[in-house]
Design a protein around this ligand. Structure first.
Ligand code: MSP
Length: 654
């Protein structure tokens, strides 16, 4: 339970703020829904939570995406930000604060940070000469580029920058960062990531360029509007803005430092683990209690899912797939996608996302284990006890230990961000409860008239479903509510609170109300057959398509008229003629044609023919051929294709 000390201070959790040049994909959704689950857990414990997310809008790539869409950057950002707000809403993400870095309040905080660090000498003006990767929004020195002179992170081309710029004296803080991180290792988790950060910092922190030439997008440097503040420097400050730094001292004191800052592993080492911590040191602010870097969702072949690689998984398409295949409600499908993401991979490692895996887990874990316990238990309460939970007799409480174990594991999971372990603990409890029903066979107890035992068994099993609802509520809020409703606690006005996570707190008198199964089973064989049929149809369509060529394809074939100036047999064959053709170019061409058996050289000389003029040159029987003469005839040339009236050589044929 929350201690008094915890209640005094807010639980402050952040996700990265997302580049607004993009639509949210499964990778973004992962950070945000995981943070949401953790925030919900702390709210359920009665803590005052500040869960922050938002959008990072001052990137160069936003300007480029806006240009491509024919909009100015601000209008583009205004439009795209709704796709994030809508997606979080649809994915049951309940944040407390959404920051857009283009908001005036945030811009003022960024300018204030800059001013203070200028005043303390932590920011100084110099000259930048080096490379910049726009997709990664990262500066690189020449040495840091990969072998081909490309971005070491994404492998794309980098841009050369030579400009006057401001630098942040990160080099001054390397030793202090190492000391701090070593003193409190849990500040950067998991361990493997912390080691990467430490070795990066030990390699020598360089001063960081923190401005770009002002091209009309970004927060201007206070007092020097020829420059704007570097997008990462600007974006990291969003955490300070949300906490009220320089805006509201009381709020800041109650909020800072963050308890958990979540992010993907790609933005830990260079940014959160070093630049951000160095900025905080320079500002004399406390470090976050924990930076946690989760892994990536990758494709089956191990490639990171990202917009630039063109392999994104749209979380909403997965939700729709579940609804279509199982007939569950959209809210349940959303929770099932959340469940899949948390259960499938250990938080911190990479995982490969697959729709098949999602449907499989829906059946195995949700329909079978969780759904089954509900679907078999509630009808028993209806049948044997008129739907009413009775005050249990002395035999109740047989599953208390299992409940205690699952609660302890869930708490540990939420505290250490082991979301998978947290769910696995719950599923152990479910399987213990399913086994308990099998073993205690309430139907037999009923037949044998063992009323007291029967009431105790039913109580224990429904009590498990109650605790399970509480334990999964942070991860699957809608499913938990539906279970709460089905076991009648909603109608009794009982709130879902973590304090209820103890065996035996199911109030007698609750009236169960069985609903439709929450997780209707998916017919996986039917899905497989359908997928196979669709794939076959697609490949057939592709084949058909390859029989046809488009108008554009046709226009790529350059057909021209040409006058045959000379014709000679090719030595060593009785089929080929060597033609000299005037195709309206500076020099006549030499074309080898398989016409010798049907046409004599005399017949051809002076004839205007049609030539494929852009055919790749080839050497046929040792003779160079630049083009092809068109003739009709399937097996052998029966008739030459010739214009029906006089045309100059070199006319286009179409
Ligand atoms: N705007 C910066 C963050 C600034 S925070 C002060 C940014 N944005 S992002 O949109 O590119 O990425 C946002 C988050 O999504 C990052 O934590 C990133 O790791 C995460 N993911 C993006 N693709 C991902 C996967 N394929 N898998 C898991 N998470 C990944 O970086």
């Amino acid at each position: 339970m929350a201690t008094e000390e915890q209640r005094d201070k807010r639980f402050f959790i952040t996700t990265p703020i997302y580049y607004v040049n993009d639509r949210p994909h499964i990778g973004h959704t992962y950070s945000t829904t995981a943070a949401d689950a953790i925030a919900r857990y702390h709210r359920m414990r009665g803590e005052d939570v500040l869960f922050l997310t938002g959008t990072d809008e001052h990137a160069q790539k936003v300007v480029r995406a806006a240009e491509a869409a024919g909009l100015d950057a601000q209008s583009f950002a205004d439009r795209v930000v709704t796709s994030f707000v809508d997606m979080w809403d649809k994915m049951h993400v309940d944040y407390d604060c959404f920051i857009r870095t283009t908001e005036d309040e945030h811009k003022a905080v960024v300018a204030e940070v800059f001013r203070r660090l200028m005043a303390s000498g932590d920011i100084y003006k110099d000259h930048y000469e080096g490379w910049y990767c726009v997709p990664c929004e990262t500066y690189f020195t020449e040495d840091a580029l990969n072998e081909g002179g490309l971005c070491p992170d994404c492998g794309r081309e980098v841009e050369r920058l030579t400009e006057e710029a401001y630098f942040f004296r990160a080099s001054a803080y390397g030793n202090e960062l190492v000391r701090e991180i070593e003193a409190q290792p849990e500040r950067i988790m998991p361990d493997s990531r912390r080691n990467e950060v430490l070795s990066f910092i030990r390699g020598g922190l360089q001063d960081t360029c923190v401005t770009r030439a002002n091209q009309g997008w970004g927060v201007p440097v206070p007092g020097d509007e020829a420059h704007v503040i570097y997008v990462w420097f600007d974006a990291l400050i969003n955490y300070l803005t949300a906490a009220g730094w320089s805006l509201d001292d009381e709020k800041f004191a109650a909020t800072w430092p963050p308890d958990v800052q979540l992010m993907g592993k790609d933005i830990l080492t260079r940014f959160h683990g070093s630049l951000w911590l160095a900025m905080l040191t320079a500002l004399e602010l406390e470090f976050p209690a924990m930076l946690f870097a989760h892994g990536w969702w990758v494709t089956a072949s191990g490639e990171k899912i990202s917009k630039s690689r063109g392999n994104v998984v749209d979380p909403w398409a997965e939700v729709e797939l579940l609804v279509e295949e199982s007939g569950c409600t959209t809210d349940v499908a959303v929770d099932a996608v959340r469940y899949y993401m948390f259960r499938e991979v250990t938080f911190g490692l990479d995982g490969s996302f697959s729709s098949e895996g999602l449907l499989g887990r829906f059946n195995a874990d949700l329909a079978n284990d969780l759904g089954n316990l509900l679907n078999r238990t509630l009808p028993l309460v209806e049948r044997y006890a008129g739907g009413m939970i009775e005050q249990p007799g002395p035999g109740a409480g047989e599953l208390s230990e299992e409940i205690e174990r699952a609660v302890a594991r869930a708490e540990h999971g939420f505290e250490t961000l082991d979301l998978r372990g947290m769910l696995m603990g719950v599923w152990e409890l479910l399987s213990a409860a399913n086994k308990f029903v099998d073993e205690r066979a309430p139907w037999d107890l009923y037949k044998q008239g063992k009323k007291v035992e029967l009431a105790a068994v039913l109580y224990d099993v429904v009590d498990v479903t109650r605790v399970v609802a509480l334990l999964i509520a942070p991860a699957m809020p809608s499913v938990a509510e539906e279970i709460w409703r089905q076991i009648g606690l909603d109608a009794m006005g009982i709130e879902m609170s973590w304090d209820g996570c103890e065996a035996g707190k199911l109030p007698p008198g609750a009236q169960v109300r069985r609903g439709r199964p929450i997780f209707p089973r998916i017919d996986l064989d039917r899905v497989r057959q359908r997928v196979a049929a669709e794939a076959a149809e697609e490949s057939e369509a592709e084949e058909e398509e390859t029989d046809m060529i488009s108008y554009d394809d046709f226009m790529e074939i350059e057909l021209r008229t040409g006058k045959v100036l000379d014709a000679d047999p090719v030595e060593g064959t009785d089929k080929l003629l060597k033609l000299v053709v005037d195709a309206g170019e500076d020099e006549p061409r030499q074309v080898v044609a398989g016409l010798a058996q049907e046409f004599s050289p005399r017949e051809l000389i002076g004839q205007t023919v049609v030539l494929v003029a852009n055919l790749e040159p080839a050497t046929i029987r040792g003779v160079q051929s630049q083009g092809m003469v068109l003739a009709a005839g399937t097996d052998k040339p029966l008739a030459l294709i010739v214009p029906d009236r006089d045309v100059e050589p070199g006319e286009r044929v179409r």
